[in-house]
Design a protein around this ligand. Structure first.
Ligand SMILES: [Zn+2]
Length: 252
């Protein structure tokens, strides 16, 4: 007979209060029209039906694509194709748009060892790919939620990803807020051993290296704070602080 295994996330779900009674004004403003978003290509291709108003609220990319007065075919057909994107990663965005949460961890994410002798955890890479998808789709809410997921993982696991910066810096230009987190991970968590093992790789990202030098210079004057900079539950690492849009936490 199959045995149901109790997990840490079950415990969190049981102990976190859920507000069931809310005002009608708080109801999700989804509208009734949906858009078919086709993601991936070939046999991997999947279609996600999403409320148009939800897509527009969370993504400047979809807002432009679905604008009926624009010349984009997508706006007239209510259909958008993203052939180069990964359906599995888009599914994480799909669930975020519906719930405000990031469902990205998997049971078998941790296996073997990485080059830095730490357990290899596939969730870190998946989260940075999610951030890159948010960057491509111009979704500040999604990027901020992904950043909070990275922070929560660091807090609850006590671990960090020493090369968290690599994928975002190689494939995009991280915003000021996300770059601050990537810099703080190096400044506050890298040991001498980490520097010896992978520090040379930072020479590929001179601007990032300069930010690290500036942050370390501030610490050498003021000293290390008693708590890690991501200990608070605030918007320190949120991009909406710079672009003036609402925090994703207020939209769900
Ligand atoms: Zn915020």
């Amino acid at each position: 007979m199959a045995t149901l295994k109790r997990t840490a996330s079950d415990d969190i779900a049981r102990t976190t209060p859920h507000k069931i009674r809310r005002s009608a004004a708080e109801a999700p403003k989804t509208g009734t029209r949906t858009v078919a978003v086709h993601v991936g290509s070939g046999t991997e291709k999947r279609t996600f039906d999403i409320y148009q108003d939800t897509l527009i609220r969370h993504s400047e990319f979809f807002k432009a694509a679905l604008n009926p007065s624009s010349n984009w075919m997508e706006g007239q057909q209510r259909s958008v194709s993203l052939p180069e994107d990964c359906p599995q990663n888009f599914e994480i965005l799909f669930h975020f748009l519906n719930t405000g949460s990031i469902f990205a961890s998997k049971e078998d994410d941790i296996s073997g060892t990485s080059s830095t002798s730490c357990p290899l955890d596939l969730e870190w890479g998946r989260l940075t790919e999610c951030w890159a998808l948010g960057q491509k789709l111009l979704s500040t809410t999604y990027k901020d939620a992904v950043v909070d997921t990275i922070i929560e993982k660091m807090r609850t696991s006590g671990r960090f990803c020493s090369n968290l910066h690599e994928y975002p810096c190689q494939n995009s230009t991280p915003s000021r807020a996300f770059r601050k987190l990537l810099v703080d991970v190096v400044v506050y968590r890298w040991s001498q051993k980490t520097w010896a093992e992978i520090g040379d790789g930072l020479s590929s990202f001179p601007d990032f290296l300069l930010d690290i030098a500036r942050a370390q210079s501030k610490i050498s004057k003021k000293g290390f704070p008693t708590t890690l900079p991501w200990a608070g539950d605030d918007c320190t690492y949120h991009e909406h602080m710079d672009d003036g849009t609402p925090c994703y936490k207020t939209l769900f």
